[in-house]
Design a protein around this ligand. Structure first.
Ligand code: ZN
Ligand code: ZN
Length: 447
């Protein structure tokens, strides 16, 4: 198919999508709001019980995010949020339970702080970074810190989640921190770090590749966990779940944990004379056995250490020396930067970039004027896709000056002693030209 045909098809597809989004109102259901930009995504907090559909990949790098307390529906539509960074706790709190059914008023962080009767599906979080220091009971997860009767389906998560805390109850989960509901057909490739900053208090600490504690059902999930847990209390670590607990106590519910695959490891210490040191490839501590459990596979390493003086992290090099290698994005693959430590070999990726066609030649198909924007088109060297982008309006023609600038007389020329200032003037002139050039020729990329 030629580029024009593809473009017509793409336009048709966009039209069909637009119609389906605006016309998605089923009987008794709210219409679905399309999310195209970071600004659109902020609307989730304004109407957190609405229905939303992600319509494009969004790079969240450098964009502040406060965890949203959500009770609506988010269809990720196969699109990704790249480089989401969360450093604050959300406003919503909930009661969590430890293994003795002691309760804690707990705070949460993630894309969502709390999910209540919500549904999140077909969403990718690529290179999510949740990094929280908490002085209250706290759980963090990538998609949500807390889930209550919520469904997470067909999602994919890669990234790093890091919690430093010193209260009596806290934990880190690869997908969800704490709660109830279900997670199905979801992939998580996560580095989890949980550090207890208080050596005196005997706390309850939880880590799980899927979730840290609670009784969410897990079916068909694939978890690759690289965990680091430093605790001066009681750890509950699992490749899938830190602690499986039905709550409130006496709840009659038969859960399901089937067809999940776990790879990876958790390195941890439990600085406690009364050690239990729960750490298992599937579930660290099982408080309730009323669940269907089967066809789960793991290749998991429990790596307990007994030096309690140094907090555990993935990169513990004394003399880190990082090289960086940039992988450019492809037509349908994200770009990223690989960092490798020359001293110890530790490697990680960061700074993901959106898909990009390789277009080296642009042709103006509609020239801009002073009153109307123009359009130019280019064809991708790799895949042949044709993209169009807008050309900004031309700047208004400046009025002809009546009085020409005076020419300096020889007497007014700079004295030799002032020559030192000339390069600065020259740089200023070039900068002014450059700004002018941008104003005239600058192109706004448009999808
Ligand atoms: Zn190193
Ligand atoms: Zn391409």
């Amino acid at each position: 198919m030629n580029g024009y045909g593809k473009r017509v098809l793409a336009l048709l597809a966009a039209l069909i999508l637009a119609v389906s989004v605006s016309g998605a109102r089923a009987a008794g259901e709210e219409p679905v709001t399309g999310i195209y930009t970071y600004e659109d995504l902020l609307a989730l907090a304004e109407a957190p019980s609405g229905r939303y559909r992600l319509m494009d990949n969004i790079d969240m790098a450098g964009r502040a995010w406060t965890p949203v307390d959500f009770s609506g529906e988010l269809d990720g539509n196969g699109c990704a949020l790249l480089n989401l960074e969360v450093e604050t706790l959300g406003a919503g709190t909930a009661t969590t339970y430890d293994g003795n059914y002691k309760t804690y008023d707990t705070h949460f962080a993630g894309l969502f702080g709390t999910l209540t009767d919500a549904r999140v599906f077909n969403l990718e979080l690529c290179n999510v970074k949740v990094k929280v220091e908490a002085d209250t009971p706290c759980f963090i997860g990538s998609i949500a810190g807390y889930s209550e009767h919520s469904l997470i389906e067909g999602c994919r998560v890669t990234g790093i989640l890091e919690l430093s805390a010193h209260d009596r109850m806290f934990g880190v989960g690869g997908i969800v921190g704490y709660g109830s509901g279900s997670i199905s057909d979801t992939e998580a490739q996560v580095t989890l770090i949980c550090t207890d900053t208080d050596a005196e208090t005997r706390d309850e600490q939880f880590m799980g590749g899927a979730y840290a504690a609670g009784h969410l059902d897990l079916t068909g999930c694939t978890v690759d966990i690289d965990g680091y847990d430093s605790d001066h209390g009681y750890v509950h670590n699992g490749g899938l779940v830190g602690m499986y607990i039905l709550y409130p106590r006496g709840l009659d519910y038969e859960g399901t944990i089937t067809d999940n695959t776990v790879t990876g490891q958790i390195t941890f210490f439990e600085d406690n004379t009364n050690r239990r040191a729960y750490c298992d490839g599937f579930i660290g501590e099982i408080m309730n056995w009323t669940f269907i459990n089967g066809r789960n596979r793991n290749t998991f390493t429990r790596n307990e250490v007994f030096d309690y003086s140094v907090d555990l992290r993935p990169h513990m090099c004394d003399t880190p020396d990082l090289t960086r290698t940039v992988t450019e994005p492809g037509c349908d693959t994200f770009g990223y930067t690989t960092f490798q430590c020359k001293t110890c070999g530790y490697t990680y990726t960061d700074s993901y970039t959106l898909f990009q066609h390789k277009i080296t030649k642009w042709v103006t198909v509609k020239a801009p004027t002073e009153t109307e924007t123009g359009v130019e088109e280019g064809k991708c060297d790799r895949c042949g896709a044709v993209e169009a982008r807008e050309l900004e309006k031309l700047p208004p023609t400046p009025p002809v000056s009546e009085t020409p600038a005076p020419t300096p007389s020889p007497a007014e020329e700079p004295a030799p002693a002032r020559i030192g200032a000339l390069p600065i003037l020259a740089v200023g002139a070039v900068a002014a030209l450059a700004v002018g050039g941008l104003a005239v020729f600058g192109r706004k990329k448009k999808r």
